[in-house]
Design a protein around this ligand. Sequence first.
Ligand code: ADP
Length: 492
Amino acid sequence: MRQQAWQGLKWWVSGGVLLALAGAVGLARQSLDEQRALFETDARIVHRLLSQQVVQHDAILATLALLQPAPLDSPTTSPEQRLPALYPQILAVQRRDPDQAWPDAQLTRAEAASHVQRRAALGATNLANGRYQLVLSATPTSYALDLDMRAMVPWTEWPMEPQSSPVRVVLEQAGERYVIQPGAQASQTGWHWEARKPLASESQSFDVVSTLTVGPGQLPWTRMLAWALIVAALLTALRHLQRQRAARRRAEELLRLGQVARLNTLGELAAGMAHELNQPLTAVLANTQAAQRLLDDEPPELATARGAMAQAVAQARRAAEVVGRLRRAVERPDASGSLQAVNLNEAVKRALYLLEPECQRRGVTPVLDGADAVTVQADAVALDQIVHNLIFNALQALEQVPPAQRSLTLTLGAHDGRGELLVADSGPGIAPEVLPRLFEPFFSTRDGGLGLGLSLCETLANGMGGSLGAANRALGGAVFSLKLPLSTGDRS
Ligand code: ADP
């Protein structure tokens, strides 16, 4: 029984752990999904902002190429020289007029590439320092921009806090990179996400790489813990409710078994008996007293005395009939019960379930042994009563030995067309002088015992064509055996 309770508790605990884990995993997933969605949105915004910037450079070069170049020796500043003041990322603007050459070979090569590709081309590029050159070949004058990536980032529209955000943003090209936002250093464990996309300008197609690593520390532990606590509280409340319901069911079953009802019936029978016997016994007394007086007369009135004695005999017979009727009622309370195929194992399990608290109170763990399915021909209610009484008697006997020595074994079997249940305990056993009187009505060695249990059980067993026996075990303790005819389907 205790093992069963422990098993039950194990189910509850493992169910609770599973539920708590499933919920926590769900919460973690949801949080990760949210963080990822936020990261992807930020990465998209970053890419758009930087693309907008670099596209401007193409537009500026194209505009310069379209404009009539101012002569180099013009007293006014040529318009391109005013560009750095307007665009902080433009460090300098260089130009090559038709009869001139670029100051370095890289610009010459870039211009040639630009000429072939019919768009601006990259000149000297130093991503580590965030510098690069953009050259556009045009006629008559070609232009080159010296650009600073640091000043290119539109911080006012930036979607993140550059110093504290965990997202790392870099511009990459051919293994070189310029770090725009440092972010958190990628840790070993956790979830790593990366968004990589080239800038939307063919001439400056640097990759914008945004990365984010979310470590275990960033999971929603408080919410996960709260969920686990809610699950634990809910399951505890549910278990409590279930136990309460089980206790109520058990009490109802006990009532059904008729423990209480039988005692009430006994009381009613006693009251009825007193009432029914009172009248004939009074008549017997009156008639015998009258006969006594008549016989004492001189001369004695024999004829009248004889009549009075005949009356007394008749009344005494009536009293005997009342007692006989009562005995029949007590001895065959279930004579009306119909016999049917009843699973003996189930009856034992039902009784063990009902007596579970009694077993626990005495620290007894019943062991169910033997055949798995024995089906007997019995009245279900009567069978329940017998099994219940035998186990309860055994538990009472076990109270007389120390807890460590208490054992109760229920063995089921089938022999010679009969199903058998053995209820063996390790109690004090049955004294030799008690053994022959065990099944007598009103015989009890217990204080306050009625002495009706075993006699009723024997009557019920006999009524179903079975028998009840008792013996002492060789190793100490008593064993009661209930034998009942096997149900027709079970006979071998
Ligand atoms: P009650 O339980 O009211 O005494 P029972 O008819 O059930 O009436 O039992 C009659 C007597 O049989 C008990 O008083 C007890 O002496 C004896 N008895 C019954 N079961 C056992 C048992 N398992 N071990 C020892 N004695 C038992």
